[in-house]
Design a binder for this molecule. Structure first.
Ligand code: FES
Length: 108
């Protein structure tokens, strides 16, 4: 079955270098704008569930959890620095994205 895409946010609501928290079909998702390319990932840190969306990206494509400093590449979900509490290093779930009529759509 083909993936079902849901509206997440208009493209012009999200500046390059920023992320935002959205609900996609009731699921907490974060969307990032990496130099005009959009990426979607789980909004809650896999370590202890701290919200990630709404923070600036650093070095263009990385987000750092404010709780224990885990760092993730939002393009791939890869955990590039583990939690400073217990070295937990699970990657973020990421979701397919497409743009339709200037709206970022995310497939769950
Ligand atoms: S909750 Fe995110 S690193 Fe611990």
């Amino acid at each position: 079955m083909a993936a079902e895409y849901f509206d997440a946010i208009p493209t012009d609501f999200l500046d390059p270098g920023m992320t935002v928290s959205v609900e996609v079909d009731g699921f907490p998702v974060a969307v990032a704008n990496v130099d005009g390319e959009y990426y979607a990932f789980q909004n809650l840190c896999p370590h202890q569930g701290t919200k990630l969306g709404g923070r600036k990206l650093d070095e263009g494509c990385f987000i750092t959890c404010p709780m224990h400093a885990s760092r993730y590449d939002v393009r791939s979900g890869e955990c590039v620095r583990p939690s400073n509490e217990d070295n937990f290093d699970q990657d973020l779930m990421i979701f397919p994205v497409r743009i339709t009529d200037d709206v970022v759509q995310v497939a769950l």
